[in-house]
Design a binder for this molecule. Structure first.
Ligand SMILES: Cc1cc2nc3c(=O)[nH]c(=O)nc-3n(C[C@H](O)[C@H](O)[C@H](O)COP(=O)(O)OP(=O)(O)OC[C@H]3O[C@@H](n4cnc5c(N)ncnc54)[C@H](O)[C@@H]3O)c2cc1C
Length: 472
């Protein structure tokens, strides 16, 4: 049964008290932002953006060479972007899932899987080493089938993916529902090793604390306005100051790019999330879900959901909204139509929870690119590097993205920089007005396929032939 587009009026009551702020940031442990930069300083490396990518870049650079002066500039405060407003699924996959990896880089997928798993283990080890209390849980992810054709596709995946190093287990309807109970489930693919759950804001704030401990200079409330060159330095201009930097790492994700040409490769796509009140013991028992696995369904427009430490359900996804002309800003972070739809889908998935209320509802921008994975590049004689394009799966891969960016800035040739995935860029999106038209046609076609037993229309087949798509 496909998910409906319009909510029942009764469903909307569940949203009446929802605060329009990310649940993760609504936390008394949220650190007070530092002061803005108000002078001219010099540094070896300036990192722009204090989300996961920027925090990992700063931290790994300093850990590798403690004599390197590292400065981190953040327009707002740490984790105010996607890093503080995501689902908290930490995936090993660097390729936005197995199928996407096999489509684009079949020859290096085994290596990419290995590197992705090592990256996840390294995040786990860092959390433990630094004592970051971020509810990091190796509970895995359950990918559920809600339509018979999805069962046919998913049940063969463990066999197909095993030669590439993936360890997936197919669960029938009974086994799936004994893990998490929804009447919609027909089966599920369990990835226990390759996905962890985290409180993302706590992870980011923990990394921030370590950056400060190591002597990295952090200036929040400091938007970078533009970059210039002066002799051997890059000048990083901010409203009340300037950094003279030998090297610059750009980690600004879906925000309007400082290197303007990058907006050819990414589009900001808004993804929306609800968080419920904590479930009572009876409510929790009615849906099972004691293991706190992350769950996603297998539709093109998919939902992802997980249980928080204090027993709430985070429920997000489905609509991935592109606003014309790369629309970006806080006014897009609330969309009551989408929230209503998400709530309706929630109660279809878990009818046992009728009457549950949502306490938080928010949105955030995803840096979607046409191949759904990060891409890298350099400018100004390799003195500037960037990574972006994570397309909704950057909580884990941002650390790998940071390592590659540092390799590039250091001029190193490594197993990472030699990857085809690193050397090549995604196909650019067309300019407006074609950009909106193409994205909207693709979204509508994906929705139609979900209503039509997964059958893809000519447009989707054509995109597929060129290895292109639209996802979140
Ligand atoms: C709703 C939602 C759900 C998601 N769920 C998941 C998930 O479950 N799992 C997963 O893997 N991924 C998920 N993602 C994606 C994931 O959150 C991102 O890929 C990841 O956080 C990217 O981190 P980042 O540091 O690159 O970007 P961000 O966290 O967006 O950080 C960029 C930072 O740069 C700063 N900045 C921008 N421009 C400037 C400037 N000019 N000067 C100074 N600072 C600047 C911003 O203020 C911001 O803090 C989700 C994203 C969203 C929005």
């Amino acid at each position: 049964m496909p998910f409906p587009r319009h909510p029942h009026p009764d469903t909307l009551k569940s949203l009446a008290d929802a605060a329009p702020i990310p649940f993760w940031l609504d936390d008394i442990r949220r650190p007070q932002p530092t002061s803005a930069l108000t002078r001219i300083i010099s540094t070896d490396l300036v990192v722009i953006g204090a989300g996961f990518t920027g925090l990992w870049t700063a931290l790994l650079a300093k850990e590798a060479d403690s004599s390197r002066e590292v400065t981190l500039l953040e327009a707002g405060e740490t984790a105010i972007g996607a890093s503080g407003r995501n689902g908290g699924f930490v995936a090993a996959s660097l390729t936005h899932g197995f199928e996407n990896g096999r489509e684009h880089w079949p020859g290096e997928l085994t290596l990419l899987t290995e590197m992705g798993q090592a990256n996840l283990e390294a995040i786990d080890a860092t959390v433990k080493r630094l004592g970051i209390e971020c509810d990091f849980l190796r509970s895995g992810e359950l990918l559920v089938a809600t339509e018979p054709y999805q069962v046919d596709e998913l049940c063969h995946l463990p066999e197909k993916a095993a030669p590439f190093g993936e360890k997936l287990v197919w669960l029938d309807r009974y086994q799936t529902r004994s893990m998490v109970d929804s009447p919609l489930y027909l089966g599920g693919l369990y990835n226990q090793k390759g996905v962890a759950m985290v409180n993302p804001a706590q992870l980011a704030w923990g990394l921030r604390r370590e950056c400060l401990n190591l002597g990295i200079r952090l200036y929040e409330r400091t938007p970078v306005l533009h970059l210039d060159e002066e002799a051997r330095d890059i000048l990083v201009h901010t409203p009340y100051g300037c950094v003279q930097a030998k090297k610059v790492a750009i980690a600004t994700n879906a925000y309007p790019p400082l290197l303007k040409y990058l907006s050819r490769f990414i589009v900001p796509v808004y993804d929306y999330v609800l968080v419920s009140e904590p479930l009572s013991t009876d409510q929790r028992a009615s849906i099972g879900w004691q293991g706190r696995q992350g769950v996603s369904d297998t539709n093109n427009l998919f939902h992802y959901y997980r249980m928080t430490e204090d027993g709430r359900i985070l429920w997000g996804g489905y609509d991935a909204v592109y606003y014309r002309n790369n629309g970006f800003g806080i006014h897009f972070e609330v969309n009551s139509e989408v929230f209503g739809r998400l709530a309706e889908h929630f109660f279809l998935n878990f009818p046992q929870l009728e009457g549950l209320r949502f306490t938080h509802a928010w949105g955030g921008a995803i840096d979607t690119c046409s191949r759904f994975t990060p891409f890298w590049g350099t400018a100004k004689d390799e003195r500037i590097a960037y990574v972006l394009g994570f397309t909704g799966l950057g909580v884990g891969s941002s650390r790998f993205g940071a390592l590659v960016m540092l390799d590039l800035l250091d001029g190193k040739s490594t197993d990472r920089t030699n990857l085809g995935m690193v050397r090549n860029k995604p196909t650019p999106f067309p300019r407006e007005p074609f950009r909106s038209a193409v994205i909207n046609l693709t979204r509508q076609s994906l929705e139609q396929a979900d209503r039509n037993q997964g059958r893809r229309n000519l447009w989707l087949k054509l995109l597929e032939d060129f290895g292109l798509g639209f996802d979140s």
